[in-house]
Design a protein. Structure first.
Length: 84
C-alpha cells in the first residue's frame, strides 16, 4: 500500500497503527472517536477494531489495513500491513 495514510493511536501507553481511510467512502479515521480499542468513522459511523483493522459495523464491509508497530531508539517504526 504505497502512499497509504496511516493513523497512529496511543491508548494507555500502547500504540496502534491502522490505515487512516474508511473503506466505506474514504473518510479520515483519525478524526473519529475512540473507545476501548475501537475507532468510529466520523462520516457514517462504521466502527473499526484498532488491533485488526476489521470493520465491525456497517456501512463498511471491508477492513482497513492494520500495521505492526514498535518503538526502537526512541523512534516509532511501522511495518508492512498485516493481511486484511
Amino acid at each position: 500500500m504505497d502512499g497509504e495514510p496511516i493513523v497512529i493511536i496511543r491508548i494507555e501507553n500502547k500504540l496502534f497503527a491502522i490505515g487512516d481511510i474508511c473503506t466505506h467512502n474514504g473518510g479520515p479515521l483519525g478524526d473519529g472517536d475512540i473507545e476501548d480499542h475501537f475507532i468510529t468513522c466520523p462520516r457514517h459511523g462504521t466502527v473499526f477494531d484498532l488491533i485488526t483493522g476489521e470493520a465491525t459495523t456497517l456501512p463498511a464491509v471491508e477492513s482497513t489495513n492494520s500495521y505492526p508497530i514498535r518503538i526502537k531508539n526512541n523512534m516509532i517504526e511501522v511495518g508492512i500491513p498485516l493481511k486484511k
